[in-house]
Design a protein around this ligand. Structure first.
Ligand SMILES: *Cc1c(COP(=O)(O)O)cnc(C)c1O
Length: 393
């Protein structure tokens, strides 16, 4: 009976916020600005590939928007993470702390470095990792030895930590900064989902040694595929540029490379899309906040489920709206997924937890009851910017 009530109340609330057309996507891109013109400029000039003016223009727009002193545009967010971890010193056999409730790209990037993901617990007040419980855990398992943090259960170095701003909601980043200092870990911030989200006055992705963004088709702005590395360290930015451009030495005609590099630079045609998209980000953010406010209003009267709000002191981009069941229930969650998707309202559960995937099942991890509870409570709702506009269909 309870299940039927929740499902019908949720359907009614969704109907109030999303009248009109079906199906409704979870997140669709919008190309209402200079996209056609800038892409045409690339085609007309022949500069479509990994050199051209739009790349540095896009990087400057990212720097201005986030306040990061340096931005390096790359082919996707996963490549940005891979590069950031290499630059943070992650080497084969190192452990890297990362939330189990996360997109698979983060654990994969650790693996590309030969590192071992070490899964950490979530906090239901941010949906990201929680620094307090992690600090207690590290007090138990971590020892500083010769300036290096070592997991004394495995004997391996603990090299870095990757907090992630989940669905755009800022994590308690100051707590992680403090832990990284105390345990001598490099902080790499996965801000793939949080362009336009602020912790206090400061943009997410600018707190760590390095931060990463994604511009995949479902993110708040898209370049088709793309990503970026943010840092305030000019030497790291120069290394990122060099390594992502096949470590080619600077010469007018000689093809020479001074280390094993990567072909990770963002092509000009993608950067052209990115410039046009960033020009519109204020409007996207505004529309998404209005959509979130409508969801809040509509779900206020629904019993048994609550719309997730940005953490206090933070400003979220509300990339994907989150409905949380008050109590974990796979049965109710499945019923909601079934009914909404059958009715053409695309909803999605959280990612399957990383420690439950076959390739990561044997990785070290702390107890994860909150992450496991969240994955049986969490439903992502349609969140495209267009749905927040008054003329939005
Ligand atoms: C999207 C995303 C990435 C990177 O994705 P790409 O598709 O490679 O651009 C990384 N981490 C998280 C949490 C993401 O959501």
């Amino acid at each position: 009976m309870e299940q039927l009530t929740i499902v019908s109340e949720v359907m009614a609330a969704l109907g109030r916020v999303l009248p009109g057309r079906r199906p409704i996507a979870l997140h669709e891109p919008e190309f209402g600005g200079n996209e056609w013109q800038y892409v045409k400029n690339c085609l007309d000039s022949g500069w479509v590939s990994s050199a051209g003016d739009y790349i540095s223009r896009f990087e400057h727009l990212l720097q201005d928007f986030t306040g990061a002193p340096h931005a390096v545009a790359v082919v996707n967010g996963t490549a940005a993470l891979h590069m950031a971890l290499l630059l943070a010193g992650v080497r084969p056999g190192d452990e890297v702390l990362t939330p189990s409730l996360c997109f698979v790209a983060t654990a994969n990037a650790i693996s590309y470095c030969g590192g071992i993901p070490h899964f950490i617990e979530s906090d239901s007040s941010t949906l990201g990792a929680g620094p307090a419980v992690l600090g207690e855990y590290l007090n138990d398992i971590a020892r500083i030895s010769g300036g290096v943090c070592v997991n004394h259960n495995t004997g391996r170095p603990l090299r870095a930590m990757i907090p992630m701003h989940t669905f755009g909601h800022p994590v308690a980043i100051e707590g992680f900064l403090e832990l990284c200092e105390r345990f001598r870990l490099a902080l790499v911030e996965d801000a793939a989902e949080s362009l336009g989200s602020y912790y206090g006055e400061r943009h997410t992705g600018t707190f760590g040694l390095l931060g990463t963004l994604s511009f995949n088709g479902n993110k708040i702005v898209t370049t088709g595929g793309g990503g970026a590395i943010l840092t305030s360290d000019s030497a790291l930015a120069a290394q990122a540029r060099h390594l992502t451009t096949t470590a080619k030495t600077n010469h007018r005609w000689t093809f020479s490379h001074d280390q094993v590099g990567y072909n990770y630079r963002m092509p000009n045609i993608n950067a052209a899309l990115g410039c046009a998209q960033i020009e519109q980000i204020a409007g996207f953010l505004d529309a998404k906040r209005r959509l979130a406010a409508r969801y809040h209003q509509a779900f206020a009267s629904v019993s048994g489920a609550t719309l997730f709000s940005e953490p206090p002191g933070c400003r979220s981009n509300y990339w994907l709206n989150v409905l949380l069941l008050d109590h974990p229930s796979e049965t109710i969650l499945d019923a909601l997924l079934q009914t909404t998707n059958e009715e053409g309202v695309m909803t999605r559960p959280a990612w399957k937890l990383m420690h439950q995937l076959p390739m990561y099942a044997s990785c070290p991890r702390m107890p994860l009851p909150v992450a496991e509870g969240l994955s049986a409570r969490l439903l992502n709702l349609p969140s495209s910017a267009v749905l927040g506009r008054d003329d939005g269909e």
